[in-house]
Design a protein around this ligand. Structure first.
Ligand SMILES: NC(=O)c1ccc[n+]([C@@H]2O[C@H](COP(=O)([O-])OP(=O)(O)OC[C@H]3O[C@@H](n4cnc5c(N)ncnc54)[C@H](OP(=O)(O)O)[C@@H]3O)[C@@H](O)[C@H]2O)c1
Length: 442
């Protein structure tokens, strides 16, 4: 039996992959970027994008069971493609938020759309509906714990029943591999309701670090979170924290019922992630430290900002590969500065050069060979392969397949817009192939 895991490089997906491998199952993993996926050797890695169901055929060929990461926009088409390929069982990574039927719950609607798409299909399904992940603590508090030994958050008494990502995966794997879970929707929580202040104390005790909990007002939190998250998400987070003070949630025993062992405690989760909380000093330069504090407001850790910036950079490379220049320019700040080979280039000239490049090389494909995030910058090493279909540097179309190499550096602002863009090229192999380099130059 072959199982395809989507979202395989994610917090839950990596555990699903590992636990399926441990159970001796043949595992396929879907990722939009195999080059950076870093999945175990025994996994068959397929490139594909859930937002583009047409890219999934190869990954789904011969697959009987599917772990589905929720992407509502295309869920119906994805399930149809899976069914057509022979998939008979789908386990959905959903959310406890679907149980909130108040009508204005952004996350509930997101996950309900996916659940409905699966329900309406002819596959056997199970919905895994976790409550809040313990792992959220990493992006909420990780940076300030590592660098300052402090957590600033509103609603210190808000109690949450945080779940370990490995337990979400364990229930999903049981539903994928065992019979008897068809048509079930499993609400999952951790084993205990802990206030935010208690969570901080557990992290401090488990990691042996002294960590201060500083309660801030909801308005202070709104201002700070609003710089890194969409407004509806900020309101959703604040609403459920307020609710968690008024009506603390109670743990449920689903993990134990389905897997046969108790859900992992928050202390266990903190121990598994102790390395993520290790003290970090921001380098010798006080100026750099001050700069960073200004650009990275408490709510999104520096690591999460860097991951987001990398994803944005990769999505821009993918847009090039689809010939969609808008997929790139939409990420530019209004006052972006471009530099090509260190020369400033106005935005309009940059767009014209990109259009000219695509006209001459319409099948252009970028392969990101490496990607590194440093502070607010992302640096990509890229190999481009394309065939010359249009005129280029006065050379009539040759149809020849050429390769060139480039280094691209992007600098992002807090909102994830590119504010500086540098390109450095090595065109020599391509110019040689097109007979555009005089022999005496070489
Ligand atoms: N955080 C919570 O408290 C919570 C609570 C309940 C439910 N949930 C659910 O769990 C999800 C987060 O799970 P997670 O933490 O494991 O995810 P994650 O760490 O954010 O990773 C998601 C993975 O999904 C893949 N992915 C994203 N969009 C994709 C697309 N269009 N096509 C193909 N792959 C795509 C990405 O892989 P590649 O980049 O390799 O393609 C990424 O590694 C949330 O979105 C929500 O639905 C979360």
């Amino acid at each position: 039996m072959t199982v395809l895991v989507t979202g395989a490089t994610g917090t839950v997906g990596r555990h699903v992959v590992d636990q399926l491998l441990s159970a001796g199952v043949r595992v396929r993993a879907l990722t939009r970027n195999p080059a950076t996926a870093a999945l175990p050797d025994r996994v068959e890695v397929f490139e594909g994008d859930l937002e583009q169901p047409g890219t999934l055929h190869a990954a789904l060929h011969g697959v009987e069971r599917l772990f589905l990461f929720p992407v509502p926009e295309t869920a119906r088409e994805v399930v149809a493609v899976a069914e057509e390929a022979g998939v008979r069982r789908v386990v959905v990574l959903s959310s406890s938020s679907v149980l909130d039927t108040s009508g204005d719950n952004y996350s509930g609607e997101h996950h309900r759309t996916v659940e409905r798409a699966v329900e309406k299909s002819g596959v056997e399904w199970t919905f895994v509906r976790p409550d809040e992940f313990a792992a959220n603590v990493l992006w909420k508090w990780g940076h300030s714990i590592r660098t300052e030994g402090v957590v600033r958050a509103p609603y210190g008494n808000a109690r949450r029943v945080l779940i370990h990502e490995a337990d979400v995966a364990a229930v999903a794997v049981a539903a994928l591999l065992q019979d008897g879970h068809a048509g079930q929707a499993y609400l999952l929580t951790g084993p205990e309701a802990l206030s935010q202040a208690e969570q901080v104390r557990v992290i401090a005790e488990t990691t042996g670090r002294s960590i201060l909990f500083e309660e801030i007002t909801p308005d202070q939190a709104r201002a700070s979170m609003g710089r890194a998250m969409p407004q509806p998400v900020v309101e959703m987070v604040l609403d459920y924290l307020a609710e968690a003070v008024a009506r603390p949630p109670a743990p449920v025993d689903t993990v134990e019922r389905i897997t046969g062992r108790p859900a992992r405690t928050f202390a266990r989760w903190a121990a598994d992630h102790a390395g993520d909380f290790a003290a970090q000093h921001e380098g010798p330069s006080g100026i750099r430290h001050a700069e960073r504090k200004e650009t990275m407001p408490g709510t999104l850790s520096e690591q999460s900002v860097q991951e987001r910036n990398k994803e944005l950079a990769l999505s821009m490379a993918a847009a090039w590969n689809r010939g969609e220049l808008h997929g790139i320019t939409k990420h530019w700040a209004a006052d972006i500065q471009h530099f090509s080979e260190d020369r400033p280039v106005p935005s309009e000239a940059m767009v014209s050069a990109m259009e000219a490049g695509l006209a001459a090389f319409p099948d252009l494909q970028m392969e990101v060979k490496s990607i590194v995030a440093e502070g607010d910058r992302v640096i990509l090493r890229i190999t481009v392969t394309a065939s010359q279909q249009g005129e280029f540097l006065g050379k009539a179309p040759t149809g020849r397949k050429v390769t060139w190499y480039m280094l691209e550096e992007l600098r992002f602002n807090d909102a994830g817009q590119v504010i500086e863009h540098y390109d450095v090229f090595n065109y020599l192999p391509m110019l040689k192939k097109l007979d555009l380099v005089p022999a005496d130059v070489l």
